[in-house]
Design a binder for this molecule. Structure first.
Ligand SMILES: C[S@@+](CC[C@H](N)C(=O)[O-])C[C@H]1O[C@@H](n2cnc3c(N)ncnc32)[C@H](O)[C@@H]1O
Length: 216
């Protein structure tokens, strides 16, 4: 082998590793979506552009606690983790056992709980967490019945610090469905401030809700 080939070798190997990891992630996600389409609510994990926007609500100082509802295979988790300061806690609450196993294998820094977001307050109690600085949710809100939306939202607003932030993602067409409209109305009741942002560089485009000052 020439010295030139020697220098070139590591690059394709790293590229291949990344591609294999991505394929594994897509396969796990797709299997989950086929098994439980209403709970997963998507065929593919969200894109890096979405993750970059979501991560902006994550505090970069102090010792914040961030909770991700429905981390899936962790497509948002890396961006969140990268911003968190040392001493922060990053907790993921995921319903699918297969995705939980994937997260435990690939994102050891994430505290993953195999549970329903509807049990958030009890879970936080068990984890000794008494206030949360950001709740980042990508569970399929628009597909959930109204009482389930209410129940999870109540858990999130009660868990949040008064200065904390709540974010939710929905697909652009889904925000116009009855479930999507119902969710927006509920957010407006649950928070004093509800801002929206669209990531167009995603298929389909993603509508972000960024909410502050929970009303209790
Ligand atoms: C649309 S996927 C989003 C996955 C990932 N965060 C992303 O952005 O690619 C929704 C995820 O929420 C999980 N999920 C759905 N309902 C849930 C619930 N009630 N509690 C916890 N996780 C839930 C699903 O298993 C799935 O992993």
């Amino acid at each position: 082998m020439t010295s030139q080939q020697d220098r070139r070798d590591p690059r394709p190997a790293r590229w291949q590793d990344r591609a294999i990891r991505k394929l594994d992630e897509y396969r796990t996600f797709l299997r989950g979506a086929v098994r439980n389409p209403r709970a997963v609510g998507a065929a593919m994990p969200t894109s890096a552009a979405v993750a970059a926007t979501v991560a902006q609500v994550v505090p970069t100082t102090g010792a914040p606690v961030v909770v991700e509802l429905g981390p899936g295979t962790g497509s948002l988790s890396d961006g969140i983790h990268a911003r968190l300061p040392h001493g922060a806690r990053h907790i993921g609450v995921e319903l699918s056992k297969e995705m939980v196993d994937h997260l435990r294998a690939h994102k050891p820094w994430l505290e993953v709980v195999h549970a329903d977001a509807g049990d958030l307050l009890a879970l936080l109690d068990k984890l000794d967490v008494d206030r949360v600085d950001a709740v980042i949710s990508s569970i399929p809100w628009s597909l959930m019945p109204g009482d389930a939306q209410d129940h999870v939202l109540r858990q999130a607003t009660e868990a949040l610090d008064p200065h904390g932030a709540f974010t939710a993602l929905t697909y652009r067409p889904a925000d116009r469905t009855p479930g999507g409209r119902r969710f927006r109305t509920r957010l407006q009741h649950a928070f004093d401030e509800v801002l929206t942002h669209t990531t167009w560089r995603s298929v389909p485009p993603i509508l972000h809700y960024i909410c502050r000052r929970p009303r209790r």
